[in-house]
Design a protein around this ligand. Structure first.
Ligand SMILES: [Mg+2]
Length: 139
């Protein structure tokens, strides 16, 4: 699947820290045959992706539409259609399908969201859906 991760409060905290297990999760998803993308509503976050050491895992970086999602893909030149999105904003997840993550603000070693995201993606691949509360099937 084409898997799109939001940046702020999804993989990146307000304190500049990276959500625990982000790199390991990207690695595992790619090993499973998925393609990982990063997008953000505030621009193309190439510098952050590089600073976090994620560049080698990420196939492309886009500006994320924040409304009119379908039209927004074309507007922002998002040439790949997301199959599964991970975002702290529920609305975009409802549109494309994916996982509504809890917002990650501050460094927290006990955050297990990435393991849950990985498990839900595995469920979707295996069964076409997931029973997890944070899963949205998309429209
Ligand atoms: Mg966000």
């Amino acid at each position: 699947m084409n898997i799109f991760f939001d940046v702020d409060y999804t993989i990146l905290g307000a304190d500049g820290s990276m959500r625990p297990d982000t790199e390991e999760t990207f690695q595992k998803l790619i090993a499973d045959g998925h393609v990982v993308y990063v997008w953000s509503g505030v621009g193309i976050r190439r510098a952050e992706v590089r600073r976090l050491g994620l560049e080698s895992y990420v196939s492309d970086i886009f500006q994320k539409p924040i409304e009119d999602y379908e039209q927004g893909l074309a507007t922002w030149g998002v040439t790949t259609r997301p199959d599964f999105v991970i975002d702290d904003h529920p609305e975009i997840v409802r549109n494309f399908g994916g996982f509504v993550c809890s917002p990650y603000y501050w460094r927290n070693a006990n955050d297990t969201e990435m393991q849950q995201i990985y498990r839900v993606i595995a469920d979707v691949v295996a069964t076409g859906g997931s029973e997890h509360d944070a899963y949205r099937s998309g429209t």
